[in-house]
Design a protein around this ligand. Structure first.
Ligand code: ADP
Ligand code: MG
Length: 257
Protein backbone atom coordinates (compact mmCIF):
# COMPACT_ATOMS: atom_id res chain seq x y z
CA UNK A 1 0.00 0.00 0.00
CA UNK A 2 1.79 3.19 -1.12
CA UNK A 3 1.90 6.13 1.26
CA UNK A 4 3.65 8.18 -1.42
CA UNK A 5 3.06 8.09 -5.13
CA UNK A 6 5.02 10.31 -7.51
CA UNK A 7 3.81 10.21 -11.10
CA UNK A 8 5.80 11.92 -13.85
CA UNK A 9 6.78 14.73 -11.53
CA UNK A 10 8.58 17.57 -13.27
CA UNK A 11 9.90 20.69 -11.59
CA UNK A 12 11.11 23.60 -13.64
CA UNK A 13 12.62 26.62 -11.91
CA UNK A 14 11.96 29.72 -13.95
CA UNK A 15 14.58 32.43 -13.81
CA UNK A 16 17.12 34.10 -16.06
CA UNK A 17 17.82 30.56 -17.15
CA UNK A 18 15.09 27.98 -16.66
CA UNK A 19 16.27 24.85 -14.95
CA UNK A 20 14.58 21.46 -15.06
CA UNK A 21 15.40 20.11 -11.59
CA UNK A 22 13.10 17.07 -11.85
CA UNK A 23 12.11 15.42 -15.08
CA UNK A 24 9.15 13.02 -15.21
CA UNK A 25 10.19 11.31 -12.01
CA UNK A 26 7.99 8.43 -10.89
CA UNK A 27 8.31 6.17 -7.88
CA UNK A 28 6.33 4.92 -4.92
CA UNK A 29 7.05 4.44 -1.25
CA UNK A 30 5.05 1.84 0.63
CA UNK A 31 3.70 2.25 4.14
CA UNK A 32 6.33 1.21 6.64
CA UNK A 33 9.24 1.41 4.21
CA UNK A 34 12.60 2.97 5.08
CA UNK A 35 13.92 4.48 1.86
CA UNK A 36 17.04 6.46 1.00
CA UNK A 37 17.30 8.78 -2.00
CA UNK A 38 20.79 9.28 -3.34
CA UNK A 39 22.18 11.21 -6.28
CA UNK A 40 24.99 13.60 -7.14
CA UNK A 41 24.92 17.17 -5.93
CA UNK A 42 22.42 19.15 -8.00
CA UNK A 43 20.47 16.05 -9.05
CA UNK A 44 17.23 17.34 -7.52
CA UNK A 45 17.12 15.63 -4.12
CA UNK A 46 16.18 18.68 -2.08
CA UNK A 47 13.70 19.76 -4.74
CA UNK A 48 12.10 16.32 -4.52
CA UNK A 49 11.91 16.50 -0.74
CA UNK A 50 10.40 19.99 -0.82
CA UNK A 51 7.68 18.76 -3.15
CA UNK A 52 6.91 15.73 -1.01
CA UNK A 53 6.94 18.00 2.08
CA UNK A 54 4.30 20.13 0.35
CA UNK A 55 6.61 23.14 0.84
CA UNK A 56 6.91 23.44 -2.93
CA UNK A 57 4.72 22.26 -5.81
CA UNK A 58 5.53 20.36 -8.97
CA UNK A 59 5.36 22.08 -12.34
CA UNK A 60 3.58 19.02 -13.71
CA UNK A 61 2.80 15.48 -12.65
CA UNK A 62 1.04 14.13 -9.58
CA UNK A 63 2.01 13.68 -5.97
CA UNK A 64 -0.26 11.61 -3.72
CA UNK A 65 0.47 11.29 -0.02
CA UNK A 66 -1.69 8.95 1.99
CA UNK A 67 -4.35 9.18 -0.68
CA UNK A 68 -4.36 12.99 -0.63
CA UNK A 69 -3.28 15.41 -3.36
CA UNK A 70 -1.51 18.35 -1.67
CA UNK A 71 -2.21 20.69 -4.58
CA UNK A 72 -5.95 20.17 -4.09
CA UNK A 73 -5.89 21.23 -0.44
CA UNK A 74 -6.51 24.69 0.89
CA UNK A 75 -3.72 26.52 2.70
CA UNK A 76 -5.19 25.63 6.10
CA UNK A 77 -5.74 21.98 5.23
CA UNK A 78 -2.19 21.82 3.99
CA UNK A 79 -0.74 23.34 7.15
CA UNK A 80 -2.69 20.89 9.28
CA UNK A 81 -1.78 17.94 7.08
CA UNK A 82 1.90 18.85 7.24
CA UNK A 83 1.82 19.25 11.00
CA UNK A 84 -0.12 16.06 11.75
CA UNK A 85 0.98 13.58 9.10
CA UNK A 86 4.55 14.57 8.35
CA UNK A 87 7.70 14.88 10.42
CA UNK A 88 10.76 16.77 9.22
CA UNK A 89 14.42 16.33 10.04
CA UNK A 90 17.06 18.62 8.55
CA UNK A 91 20.81 18.61 8.15
CA UNK A 92 21.28 21.64 10.42
CA UNK A 93 18.78 20.42 13.06
CA UNK A 94 16.65 23.62 12.90
CA UNK A 95 16.22 23.86 16.66
CA UNK A 96 15.13 27.04 18.42
CA UNK A 97 18.19 28.30 20.25
CA UNK A 98 16.30 29.99 23.08
CA UNK A 99 14.26 26.89 23.90
CA UNK A 100 15.40 23.84 25.86
CA UNK A 101 15.55 20.33 24.41
CA UNK A 102 12.19 19.56 26.00
CA UNK A 103 10.58 22.78 24.80
CA UNK A 104 11.86 22.20 21.28
CA UNK A 105 10.32 18.73 21.20
CA UNK A 106 7.00 19.79 22.65
CA UNK A 107 6.63 22.89 20.48
CA UNK A 108 4.58 21.22 17.71
CA UNK A 109 2.10 19.93 20.32
CA UNK A 110 1.57 23.31 21.95
CA UNK A 111 0.40 24.58 18.56
CA UNK A 112 -2.35 21.96 18.63
CA UNK A 113 -3.56 22.63 22.15
CA UNK A 114 -2.83 19.24 23.75
CA UNK A 115 -3.24 18.89 27.50
CA UNK A 116 -0.17 19.31 29.69
CA UNK A 117 -0.55 15.73 30.94
CA UNK A 118 -0.59 14.38 27.40
CA UNK A 119 2.47 16.44 26.45
CA UNK A 120 4.30 15.24 29.56
CA UNK A 121 3.54 11.63 28.72
CA UNK A 122 4.86 11.93 25.18
CA UNK A 123 8.00 13.74 26.30
CA UNK A 124 8.77 11.04 28.87
CA UNK A 125 8.19 8.35 26.31
CA UNK A 126 10.20 9.93 23.51
CA UNK A 127 13.09 11.19 25.62
CA UNK A 128 13.73 7.73 27.01
CA UNK A 129 13.55 6.20 23.56
CA UNK A 130 16.00 8.80 22.24
CA UNK A 131 18.20 8.79 25.33
CA UNK A 132 17.61 12.48 26.02
CA UNK A 133 16.27 12.18 29.59
CA UNK A 134 19.36 13.79 31.10
CA UNK A 135 19.56 16.83 28.87
CA UNK A 136 15.92 17.90 28.69
CA UNK A 137 16.68 21.25 30.30
CA UNK A 138 19.71 22.10 28.19
CA UNK A 139 19.69 24.45 25.26
CA UNK A 140 20.93 23.54 21.76
CA UNK A 141 24.28 25.29 22.24
CA UNK A 142 24.99 23.12 25.31
CA UNK A 143 24.61 19.75 23.60
CA UNK A 144 26.46 17.73 20.96
CA UNK A 145 25.48 17.52 17.29
CA UNK A 146 24.24 13.99 17.79
CA UNK A 147 22.07 15.05 20.73
CA UNK A 148 20.78 18.00 18.71
CA UNK A 149 19.77 15.73 15.86
CA UNK A 150 18.11 13.29 18.25
CA UNK A 151 16.18 16.26 19.69
CA UNK A 152 15.10 17.19 16.16
CA UNK A 153 13.98 13.60 15.60
CA UNK A 154 12.06 13.77 18.86
CA UNK A 155 10.33 16.92 17.66
CA UNK A 156 9.47 15.18 14.39
CA UNK A 157 8.09 12.16 16.28
CA UNK A 158 6.02 14.00 18.87
CA UNK A 159 2.95 14.01 16.65
CA UNK A 160 3.37 10.34 15.86
CA UNK A 161 3.47 11.16 12.15
CA UNK A 162 2.89 8.49 9.54
CA UNK A 163 5.73 9.73 7.39
CA UNK A 164 9.13 11.21 8.27
CA UNK A 165 11.15 13.15 5.72
CA UNK A 166 14.82 13.82 6.36
CA UNK A 167 17.25 15.87 4.27
CA UNK A 168 20.86 14.83 4.94
CA UNK A 169 20.13 14.10 8.61
CA UNK A 170 23.70 12.95 9.21
CA UNK A 171 25.33 15.67 7.09
CA UNK A 172 26.71 17.55 10.09
CA UNK A 173 27.54 14.59 12.30
CA UNK A 174 30.67 12.53 12.91
CA UNK A 175 30.58 8.84 12.06
CA UNK A 176 29.58 7.65 15.54
CA UNK A 177 26.72 10.17 15.85
CA UNK A 178 25.62 9.38 12.27
CA UNK A 179 25.40 5.71 13.12
CA UNK A 180 23.36 6.46 16.25
CA UNK A 181 20.93 8.61 14.28
CA UNK A 182 20.48 5.99 11.53
CA UNK A 183 20.02 3.22 14.12
CA UNK A 184 17.44 5.36 15.86
CA UNK A 185 15.53 6.00 12.62
CA UNK A 186 15.69 2.27 11.89
CA UNK A 187 14.23 1.54 15.32
CA UNK A 188 11.40 4.06 14.83
CA UNK A 189 10.71 2.50 11.43
CA UNK A 190 10.61 -1.05 12.80
CA UNK A 191 8.82 -0.45 16.08
CA UNK A 192 6.25 2.14 15.06
CA UNK A 193 5.97 1.24 11.40
CA UNK A 194 6.70 4.88 10.56
CA UNK A 195 7.52 5.38 6.89
CA UNK A 196 10.84 7.19 6.50
CA UNK A 197 12.40 8.81 3.46
CA UNK A 198 15.97 10.00 3.88
CA UNK A 199 17.98 12.00 1.38
CA UNK A 200 21.65 11.33 1.90
CA UNK A 201 24.93 11.28 0.06
CA UNK A 202 26.44 9.01 2.69
CA UNK A 203 26.46 5.37 1.55
CA UNK A 204 26.96 4.17 5.12
CA UNK A 205 23.81 6.00 6.23
CA UNK A 206 21.93 4.65 3.19
CA UNK A 207 22.97 1.09 4.06
CA UNK A 208 20.56 1.19 7.04
CA UNK A 209 17.57 1.54 4.71
CA UNK A 210 15.40 -1.11 3.04
CA UNK A 211 15.82 0.42 -0.38
CA UNK A 212 17.90 3.08 -2.09
CA UNK A 213 16.48 5.09 -4.98
CA UNK A 214 19.11 6.78 -7.11
CA UNK A 215 18.36 9.86 -9.15
CA UNK A 216 20.49 11.64 -11.70
CA UNK A 217 19.76 14.96 -13.41
CA UNK A 218 16.29 14.87 -11.90
CA UNK A 219 15.47 11.49 -13.37
CA UNK A 220 15.07 8.03 -11.91
CA UNK A 221 18.38 6.19 -12.37
CA UNK A 222 18.17 2.94 -10.43
CA UNK A 223 16.99 1.37 -7.19
CA UNK A 224 18.30 -1.46 -5.08
CA UNK A 225 16.86 -3.36 -2.11
CA UNK A 226 18.78 -4.35 0.99
CA UNK A 227 19.72 -7.92 1.75
CA UNK A 228 20.50 -9.63 5.03
CA UNK A 229 24.01 -8.25 5.32
CA UNK A 230 24.54 -4.52 5.59
CA UNK A 231 28.11 -4.89 4.35
CA UNK A 232 27.06 -6.35 1.00
CA UNK A 233 24.25 -3.79 0.65
CA UNK A 234 26.82 -1.07 1.31
CA UNK A 235 29.08 -2.49 -1.43
CA UNK A 236 26.17 -2.60 -3.87
CA UNK A 237 25.33 1.01 -3.03
CA UNK A 238 28.95 1.94 -3.80
CA UNK A 239 28.71 0.10 -7.12
CA UNK A 240 25.70 2.16 -8.22
CA UNK A 241 27.32 5.37 -6.97
CA UNK A 242 30.39 4.66 -9.08
CA UNK A 243 28.10 4.17 -12.10
CA UNK A 244 26.63 7.55 -11.21
CA UNK A 245 30.07 9.05 -11.51
CA UNK A 246 30.90 9.49 -7.84
CA UNK A 247 34.36 8.82 -6.51
CA UNK A 248 33.94 5.90 -4.14
CA UNK A 249 37.49 4.53 -4.08
CA UNK A 250 38.20 5.92 -0.65
CA UNK A 251 35.06 4.24 0.72
CA UNK A 252 35.25 0.80 -0.79
CA UNK A 253 37.49 -0.63 1.92
CA UNK A 254 35.27 0.42 4.82
CA UNK A 255 34.07 -2.46 6.99
CA UNK A 256 30.76 -1.81 8.73
CA UNK A 257 30.50 -2.98 12.30
P1 ADP B 1 20.40 18.45 -4.66
O1 ADP B 1 19.66 18.59 -3.38
O2 ADP B 1 20.36 17.09 -5.25
O3 ADP B 1 21.82 18.92 -4.54
P2 ADP B 1 18.62 20.54 -5.61
O4 ADP B 1 17.28 19.95 -5.61
O5 ADP B 1 18.97 21.45 -4.49
O6 ADP B 1 19.72 19.37 -5.75
O7 ADP B 1 18.84 21.33 -6.97
C1 ADP B 1 18.61 20.74 -8.23
C2 ADP B 1 18.92 21.76 -9.31
O8 ADP B 1 17.95 22.80 -9.28
C3 ADP B 1 20.27 22.44 -9.13
O9 ADP B 1 20.86 22.62 -10.41
C4 ADP B 1 19.93 23.76 -8.50
O10 ADP B 1 20.87 24.74 -8.87
C5 ADP B 1 18.56 24.07 -9.07
N1 ADP B 1 17.74 24.82 -8.11
C6 ADP B 1 17.40 24.43 -6.85
N2 ADP B 1 16.60 25.33 -6.26
C7 ADP B 1 16.43 26.33 -7.15
C8 ADP B 1 15.71 27.57 -7.15
N3 ADP B 1 14.97 27.95 -6.09
N4 ADP B 1 15.77 28.33 -8.27
C9 ADP B 1 16.49 27.95 -9.34
N5 ADP B 1 17.19 26.81 -9.43
C10 ADP B 1 17.17 26.00 -8.34
MG1 MG C 1 20.24 19.11 -1.39
Amino acid sequence: MPILKMEDVTKVYEGKVTHRALNQLSFEVNKGEFVAVMGPSGSGKTTLLNIISTIDTATSGYVTIDGMRPEEMTKNELALFRRRQLGFVFQDFNLMQMLTVEENMVLPLTLDGHSVAEMQKRITDISSKLDLQNILNKRPNEISGGQAQRTAIGRALIHQPAFILADEPTGNLDSKASRDVMELLMKVNREQNTTILVVTHDPIAASYCDRVVFIKDGEFFNEIYSDERRQTFFQRILNVLSLLGGNVHDLSTIRLS
